[in-house]
Design a protein around this ligand. Structure first.
Ligand code: URA
Ligand code: SF4
Length: 219
């Protein structure tokens, strides 16, 4: 199956899913949206009130702020695949529970596999914990980490940032670095396509494949 067919299949399964109790109160499930060829994937927490009404991710106040952040860093929303760790709204926007995260994780895993993004931006703690367990968002936000050949970039959640001026400034600064990270991930992608010998030489040094935060201030 082609990636876009896989994504449609997942979206259909999500809309009918009863794997966890969140299905009882949902109006519309929110599988996520964006191109199957997206280089960047953004993963939030879960649908809120407006997302649950419309079946689309990040369309409420946090979504408006996300749109602004994307615009200022020159990345078009239509080029990004946007989704959440849980696809149905937790009642009253409470935190998703461990069982709900676990029940829903297979959909996100399959979306990532189908899209194969170069960069994954996690928005908030819950999606960050999936890729970077045990870290503190206050210590790692805006940095990048290689995981399975992709750059993981943890950011504060736009909804949290909307309510706290200091976080707002942080998230704006972090987004400003996003296109650097995309460039870095593209360069590494090209390097990986080089002949094997060259690639071997390259990976003996300070390879970004190591699970270290990267400082990309040279760009
Ligand atoms: N907050 C999220 O985490 N996801 C959405 O889709 C909307 C708000
Ligand atoms: Fe299914 Fe995920 Fe919705 Fe739970 S949150 S019902 S696992 S789609």
């Amino acid at each position: 199956m082609q990636p876009d067919q896989i994504l449609s299949t997942i979206a259909r399964q999500v809309s009918e899913c009863k794997r966890c109790p969140l299905h009882y109160s949902r109006k519309k499930a929110v599988p996520g949206e964006g191109p199957a060829q997206a280089e960047i994937m953004m993963i939030g927490e879960g649908p809120g009130f407006y997302e649950n009404e419309q079946g689309r991710p990040f369309v409420g106040a946090a979504g408006k702020f996300l749109d602004e952040l994307l615009e200022t860093c020159g990345i078009a929303r239509k080029d990004v695949f946007i989704t959440n760790v849980v696809k149905c709204r937790p009642p009253g926007n409470r935190d998703p529970q461990p069982e709900e995260l676990e029940a829903c994780s297979d959909y996100l895993d399959r979306q990532i596999e189908a899209i194969n993004p170069r960069v994954i931006v996690t928005l908030g703690r819950f999606s960050m914990a999936k890729f970077l367990p045990g870290v503190k968002i206050s210590e790692v936000h805006g940095q990048s980490f290689w995981r399975n050949g992709r750059l993981i970039v943890p950011m504060y959640h736009p909804a949290a940032a909307l309510h706290q001026p200091s976080l707002k400034a942080s998230v704006e600064r972090d987004f400003a670095r996003l296109s650097e990270y995309v460039q870095t991930a593209r360069q590494r992608g090209q390097a990986a396509e080089k002949p094997v010998l060259e690639e071997k030489e390259e990976t003996t040094g300070d390879s970004p494949a190591k699970d270290q935060p990267t400082q990309l201030s040279l760009f």
